[in-house]
Design a protein around this ligand. Sequence first.
Ligand SMILES: NC(=O)c1ccc[n+]([C@@H]2O[C@H](COP(=O)([O-])OP(=O)(O)OC[C@H]3O[C@@H](n4cnc5c(N)ncnc54)[C@H](OP(=O)(O)O)[C@@H]3O)[C@@H](O)[C@H]2O)c1
Length: 342
Amino acid sequence: MGYKVAVVGATGNVGREMMNVLTERRFPADEIFAIASRRSLGTEVSCGDQTLKCQDLEQFDFSKVDICLMSAGSAVSKEWSPKIGAKGAVVIDNSSYWRYDQDVPLIVPEVNADAISGFAKKNIIANPNCSTAQMVVALKPLHDAAKIKRVVVSTYQSVSGAGKDAMDELWAQTKAKYVPGQDVEPNKFPKQIAFNCIPHIDVFMEDGFTKEEWKMVAETKKIMDPKIKLTATCVRVPVFVGHSESVNIEFERPISADEAREILRDAPGVLVVDKREPGGYVTPVEAAGEYATYVSRIREDTTVENGLALWIVADNLLKGAALNAVQIAETLISRNLLKAAA
Ligand SMILES: NC(=O)c1ccc[n+]([C@@H]2O[C@H](COP(=O)([O-])OP(=O)(O)OC[C@H]3O[C@@H](n4cnc5c(N)ncnc54)[C@H](OP(=O)(O)O)[C@@H]3O)[C@@H](O)[C@H]2O)c1
């Protein structure tokens, strides 16, 4: 017998990928419900070879589902995740709202699957920020081998990380730049995103860092090790899908580039593509649609003691969101933490 799964945010970038991933991985679902706002009532979304009609979040009876994959933004998660959890469904939440709550596990299955056991306090499990998820998949095996002291990361984040309207904005601006006199005003982004890059994601904080940068620090500490020091610069780039990261790491113990390459070749969820020749590395265009987190450009950074530099690329809608959420649900099942509804 299978599970009843609700996907909240089913018309969105992440929700649509959740439907694909559930189908592709043959998730043992008896029934999948597509849920969105009242605006989308009756809208058809595809889920494998089925077409599902969207239902209204406010009217849906969550007592009939076992798992709820939640992907409709922080405000919706704040209000609805506890309500849905209280009805007995396990909520796997994609927003940032619950990630830092000590009663809510923040999980990347390849990295800290054991932390999942604490979920029953609120019946909510949080999915990390897309940039954190792909980074910790690559950092964890290196941390186990040589203990990371400090990380300096710069991200190159695609517009799909900001939702479907952001993708439309990049497309509209790109087309407009080819037709003189047809400029499109920035709306979702603070400045032109086509043919540009913007060093600003989420709101500014008092110390000058952005909330996106703060999330990478707080989430890495919660998922991997509170002792790791991390500083981030998060940048939006005119790429539709796929986040890239340039990462400099300082370890406690020496680790060579060859050793790191070997460790990463064996690491779950990681694919190493690292030929030191033109094209011998992965770019976001190649990572889009793929489940793996790719690591390229592995090299020793001799400007610090025990330093390494890497390039990490993954599909932000998959490992950064939908795939990780489905992997969490699979972990619940494989550890017998979920009972199917009678
Ligand atoms: N994109 C990423 O890479 C990524 C990665 C990690 C986490 N996340 C998080 O995942 C969430 C969704 O992101 P997204 O990129 O999929 O956004 P999106 O493309 O803008 O889609 C938003 C979805 O939420 C639904 N929604 C909005 N307000 C709602 C309401 N009041 N009631 C019910 N449904 C509502 C929308 O339904 P309608 O169509 O009916 O408006 C739509 O299905 C966000 O919390 C985001 O931070 C995204």
